[in-house]
Design a binder for this molecule. Sequence first.
Ligand SMILES: [Fe+2]
Length: 361
Amino acid sequence: MAPGRVSPTVQDEPINPYNGGYLKTSHGINHDYGTTKAGGTTDILEKQMSQKFGDWRDDFFTNGYTVVKGAIPRERAIQYRERAMEWFQKFDFGFDINDKSTWTQEHLPVMMNGGMIMGYSATHEKWVWEARCEPGVIEPFAKLWGTDELLVSFDAVNITLPGRTDVRWTPWPHIDQSPTRKGLVCAQGIINLSEAGPMDGGLQLLQGSSELFERFFIENPPRPKAKDAPGQFDWYGFTLEEVEWFKNNGCKLIKVEAEPGDVIIWDSRTVHYASLPKSEIIRTIIYATYTPANLATPEDVALKADIFRRWEGTTHWPHCNIFAQGKAMRGDILCPGERDEPLEKPELTDQVLKLAGVLPY
Ligand SMILES: [Fe+2]
């Protein structure tokens, strides 16, 4: 596969007006765009937009996304995927990977849109932290930001089973940046552990939408956040008509292709959502974003460290927009399979503690 190759996709599914399947948080907090104290805005990336680097950064700044090939050696990425599947099979809901009749929500951990696992301390499992500490994963972010004194997000993992018959899936086009936060501020990432070819599950995005971010919200003032929308500050969902606005203004819906060990990095202003697998491959990824530690306020660092100590997940943003995902809810009740700590805790190295905001640089 050529580096960073993408394939066009045809999108004909209707878009759910509520942007599909977002999970309730156990704490019920929903931050408003107008009144939330946001912090964390910076022009470090914005200032580089007109430069030429001769590497993947040119793609990132031109197209709003890039694929960093082989950030983790393929063999090791496959080992992470195997560890992910071992972990996934340890939930006690009756899931049997060899019996597809058990590939239903009642036999699986609570997941958003058929794959994102935000609860169960998933994002703090040893295999997840080890992947996040891979030098080849951190290096591109250190290059973007001009420092290796970074914080990392602990947002979620995604294990999407193909051929689920019980998921009423609809696209959920969104951005992970508040409409009230201006400019290119966050470069979010995926550590890709499974094949993401044209028929496999993966990231879809509207190429060119990041550049239209401010114009869109001038012409279409932000709507109040729906009650069932994700509660964090840096998030905004779009309707089908709004997606058409982006397409009419030159954006192309593309599916990002990647192999095990690649890291996908995209501008958080890029409209995106996932596609479900049409192949037999189980989509397996870790979300991971890194930003400079010195961009975080002392309050946000303290909040982040506190969430780490509780082994909970946050958002795609490492240094601000710190928002605890709480515990997984099964309907209106706390999922009986919830935990207070990961099944296998990470080794608390200085690197882990610094990336988590627990130790200062
Ligand atoms: Fe997102």
